[in-house]
Design a protein around this ligand. Structure first.
Ligand code: M6R
Length: 605
């Protein structure tokens, strides 16, 4: 993970711009931060463990002098979060500073070689070797760009990094190899960033770097070369507005709650999304005998939902697989198989790794993502955007709902092309059309109860989220939300399976959250509610308006609008669970936007 940002400018004060961009990149990692600039033939470097603003208060990162610099927000992989492991990292003689995102797989071997030739490595990171490898080549008389290029050719892994040196005061050399990197162009400066949303507002156009490329930036020039051949490549400049829009908290205390309340708008955006690309992707699916839906975390839960809608609405053999578990030993690939990858960021390493291994093979690669221009969009033959707008909170909320709705739209298009389930389609479409209003109502009906229940839940150590059928998706997602931001152990489980083990944990006051729309599983789940109540559980249930039985057996109920097509109930029933997780994190005194040990884009496999 980690976020890197660099800027070379015609004007002084570049550290201020780097600092504010690091704040926007912080969702990629926030256990330590650092900034280095070049001025008067020296590297000025400040870094420490802690979040960006904390470290700024202690060290005044934004006051470093100079017109060229790099910065880094870290999510630790190799080496604990500490000052010495924070980036930028330097070589022995202070000739270069490096900010790196990703993993160098052969770092142990390179580290030991560097040690043998007298280099003193001060951190426990895999990244520091990059600085020393470049130093070694500079000492042989190579230019900075050639030293970076040749050092890179010795590295194995997935990475992106940026290098500055007092030897070339206005130059940044950066490299992309399977970790995201974009270049931003403004009137007065050129910059690089791990993510498009972190680019400063006055960046007018961008270049998305490709894997295997090296770029040399100055305030008024950009040269991109192929790493292997060293050949100069044409610049692929696009307008920034075509790929992004800016995010701010808009008066809300946290991004997460703002994004939860943006869900009606996200739903509207899905409804209004251009039909052309959805049909194109649907046409690919129609040609496939089987589709594997791959994703991680919340996006995997969307895959699970996708397998229900694609099977029920579109008669497609759809199998959800956790991306990091995708292996040919348990999936059956062939000519008429498609992989539909789902990823909010489009940069999740586990997902990209699967796609990369099937590029140019007999498998159709398709994707659903929120970030146009992300790596995933360049690996697949056809993709559809989610149009949810930037999601900054680490916990995915509005993009989850957008994923569910977009999968539903895709299923409808497939069914249309195949001419199947015509009766079902009109009901599904009418719920889609009213989804912004339905989600809005789910929010207003349930926010007060979520707030008050959060006080009770914040005192618990563990909770179950139980459901049957398609709402297992909702239970899994509710549990993931609670555990990732409030650090309460939470298990999402099929309700019918809970008596085969998990029920042993239930004692007086144990929180069990049930998802119980009035679908074909209703009376069975009612039985499961009773079982838990009989053992002293405190039962909170999500029910539809007009519900009687579950209401009577539960201690508290979230009430959701009643819809006819029960297949789509996860879109509404997940809403109170998101609110419950958010307010519980607040009640426990945690920052829901930056949960510990996590990052928004998980770019390490
Ligand atoms: O960007 P992606 O959708 O590929 O991210 C996948 C997961 O890392 C992500 O959903 C993660 O589980 C979230 N923190 C969940 O809220």
């Amino acid at each position: 993970m980690c976020g890197i940002f660099g800027c070379t400018s015609l004007k002084e004060g570049v550290s201020k711009l780097i600092y504010s961009s690091l704040k926007r990149l912080e969702y990629r990692g926030y256990d330590s931060v650092g900034l280095a600039t070049i001025c008067n033939g020296h590297i000025f470097l400040k870094k420490d463990q802690g979040k960006v603003e904390e470290v700024e208060r202690r060290l005044s990162l934004s006051a470093l002098p100079g017109r060229c610099g790099i910065g880094h927000t870290r999510w630790a992989t190799h080496g604990a979060p500490s000052k010495e492991n924070a980036h930028p990292l330097t070589d022995c003689e202070g000739k270069v500073a490096v900010a790196h995102n990703g993993i160098i797989e052969n770092y142990l071997e390179l580290r030991s070689k560097l040690g043998d030739s007298g280099h003193k490595l001060r951190s426990r990171t895999d990244s520091e070797i990059i600085a020393h490898l470049i130093e070694e080549l500079l000492n042989k008389g190579l230019t900075l760009e050639e030293a970076v290029r040749q050092a890179t050719l010795t590295l194995r892994g997935s990475y992106a990094f940026a290098v500055i040196s007092p030897l070339c005061e206005d130059k940044i050399v950066c490299v992309r190899m399977e970790s995201p990197l974009v270049i931003g162009l403004s009137r007065d400066y050129t910059c690089l960033s791990s993510d498009i949303p972190a680019l400063p507002p006055d960046v007018e156009s961008i270049i998305v770097m490709n894997d295997g490329e090296l770029a040399v930036l100055t305030p008024h020039s950009i040269v991109i070369r192929d790493l292997e051949s060293n050949q100069q490549l044409p610049l692929r400049i696009v307008a920034k507005e075509s790929v992004t829009c800016l995010a701010d908290r808009g008066g809300f205390t946290h991004y997460m709650i703002k994004e939860i309340f943006e869900q009606p708008q996200a739903a509207l955006n899905v409804i209004n999304a251009p039909r052309y690309y959805i049909v194109k992707l649907a046409e690919e699916l129609v040609k496939s005998d089987r589709v594997y839906l791959i994703g991680c975390g919340t996006s995997y839960h969307a895959c699970l939902f996708g397998s229900y809608v694609l099977r029920s609405i579109a008669d497609i053999d759809a199998q959800p697989v956790i991306a990091s578990e995708f292996s040919e030993s348990h999936v059956k690939l062939g000519k008429d198989v498609a992989i539909l990858a789902i990823s909010q960021s489009g940069e999740t390493a586990d997902v990209l790794q699967v796609l990369r291994s099937y590029v140019n093979k007999d498998v159709k690669l398709l994707a659903l993502t929120n970030v146009m221009g992300s790596s995933i969009t360049r690996l697949v033959s056809s993709y559809v955007g989610l149009y949810a707008g930037p999601e900054i909170g680490v916990a995915a909320t509005k993009t989850f709902i957008a994923e569910l709705l977009m999968l539903t739209r895709i299923s409808i298009e497939v069914a249309r092309i195949k001419g199947v389930n015509v009766d079902l389609i009109s009901g599904v479409e009418s719920i889609l059309r009213s989804s912004p209003k339905l989600i809005e109502r789910s929010l207003t009906l349930n926010e007060p109860l979520a707030k008050s229940l959060s006080v009770y839940l914040s005192l618990k150590n563990s909770a179950f989220f139980l459901a049957r059928g398609v709402n297992i998706v909702t239970a899994l997602e509710g549990a993931l939300k609670l555990k990732e931001i409030s650090y309460i152990h939470a298990e999402g489980y099929p309700a019918g399976e809970s008596k085969h083990g998990p029920i042993a944990l239930v004692e007086e006051g144990f929180p069990c959250i049930f998802v119980c729309p009035h679908d074909e599983t209703y009376y069975k789940i009612l039985g499961n509610v009773m079982e838990m109540k009989a053992r002293g559980a405190f039962v909170i249930s999500c029910v539809e308006e007009g519900d009687k039985e579950v209401r009577e057996t539960s201690d508290r109920i979230f009430v959701l609008p009643k819809i006819e097509t029960k297949l789509l109930t996860p879109i509404l029933h997940v809403v109170p669970l998101q609110l419950l997780a958010y307010y519980t994190a607040i009640a426990r005194g945690y920052d829901p936007d930056k949960p510990r040990n996590l990052a928004k884009s998980v770019t390490v496999p």
